[in-house]
Write a protein that binds this ligand. Structure first.
Ligand SMILES: [Fe+2]
Length: 188
């Protein structure tokens, strides 16, 4: 695992602040920043009337990318930053598994969808295909079955769909402050 830049998160406000201040880099060859990407994912979850837990998971699913300094194009160097584990390492101290487990599983969910949905695999962006190979490639049939049997797997698959959709250049969506009440309500 790459080194953590941020050892602790003090408050809901600090989490959203981190997203706002460090999320300005472009999102791995996509036409949006990390912040825009996260806000779009949370917006799609909200528009679908998902639970506050899943909305917050969508908002924070890529926080791990802001917690290391391995660089924006880390996958180009053949490194899987394990960003989902970095995020859960920090967020798990303050948010329930209903938030952190879909985050932890959102990369596995991509490997699951690649093995079970040919259309999904065909539509992956070039940078997502590159990171897929670093993440272990599509699941085998038995891996997919055991993944789906686990807790929060379906939430992770739903989150993954928002993740993949949240790359729309110029889309206007609410900012981080729109989610403060949700994060506060879930904060442990
Ligand atoms: Fe993402």
């Amino acid at each position: 695992m790459v080194e953590l830049l941020e050892p602790t998160l003090q408050s809901p406000e600090a989490v959203l602040q981190l997203l706002s201040t460090r999320g300005g880099d472009s999102y791995f060859g996509e036409p949006v920043t990390v912040l825009e990407h996260c806000l779009q994912a949370a917006h799609f979850a909200t528009a679908d009337a998902r639970s506050p837990e899943l909305i917050v998971a969508a908002l924070l699913h890529d926080l791990g990318h802001l917690l290391h300094d391995a660089g924006e194009n880390v996958a180009d160097h053949g490194i899987d930053s394990r960003h989902e584990e970095l995020a859960v390492h920090l967020l798990g101290q303050h948010l329930p598994p209903s938030v952190t487990e879909p985050i932890r599983l959102h990369v596995a969910a991509k490997r699951y969808l690649c093995s079970t949905d040919p259309a999904y695999l065909a539509e992956l962006s070039p940078s997502s295909l590159l990171s897929l190979s670093l993440q272990g490639g599509p699941m085998t049939a038995s891996e997919a079955a055991s993944f789906l049997a686990g807790p929060f797997a379906l939430d992770a698959v739903i989150l993954r769909r928002y993740d993949d959709a949240a790359k729309i250049e110029g889309l206007q969506v609410p900012g981080p402050e729109a989610y403060l009440d949700h994060v506060k309500a879930l904060w442990l």
